[in-house]
Write a protein that binds this ligand. Structure first.
Ligand code: CMP
Length: 158
């Protein structure tokens, strides 16, 4: 049987501004994800650069940071079996035009940059990204029934 996993989801400024954040949260819950953490934040440029550090130097990096700081975002720690893969499937491809029918980016995304949502792409990035916004999930008070942290790794904040 598949294991319970955590992944980070972000509802990006385009979706929050368009007032479809609630609809996206509802879609997420209907697809079996449990929301383990949720908050609204307005990233500073330094925070956006830190979060997307892996893309530093790419041609779209400056535009991405500008976009991600133009308004508030909603960050969520999502849990379910195969959460990383399942959330990526529900988001659809980065470019909304390439995204499959029935995916969030296909429904709501405007462009490769303004693509409504973000999701972690692998287990190591999920651990780092969840800890970036929800270090408390990995703290002693949030241990699972086994006594082990429900995600992995130390809580790390920038
Ligand atoms: P996300 O899944 O959040 O990961 C990195 C983000 O960079 C991506 O979604 C897009 O918002 C943006 N991005 C990726 N590739 C491009 C591109 N070719 N042009 C513009 N923005 C991009």
């Amino acid at each position: 049987m598949s294991q319970l996993e955590l992944t980070l989801a972000i509802i990006k400024p385009d979706a929050v501004t368009s007032r479809i954040a609630g609809e996206i949260v509802s879609i997420i819950e209907r697809h079996g994800f449990r929301i383990r953490g949720l908050r609204m934040v307005h990233l500073t440029a330094a925070e956006a650069e830190g979060f997307y550090a892996v893309h530093r130097g790419k041609p779209f990096f400056r535009g991405l940071v500008k976009f991600m700081t133009e308004g508030p975002i909603i960050v969520m720690a999502l849990e379910r079996e195969d959460a990383i893969q399942k959330w990526r499937e529900l988001m659809g491809a980065t470019d909304p035009e390439q995204a499959a029918e029935g995916t969030i980016r296909r429904w709501f995304g405007a462009s490769t940059q303004r693509n409504t949502v973000h999701g972690s792409d692998a287990s190591e990035t999920a651990r780092v990204e969840v800890a970036y916004f929800f270090p408390e999930i990995f703290s002693a008070s949030s241990r699972g029934p086994s006594g082990k942290p429900r995600g992995a790794g130390p809580a790390r904040r920038r």
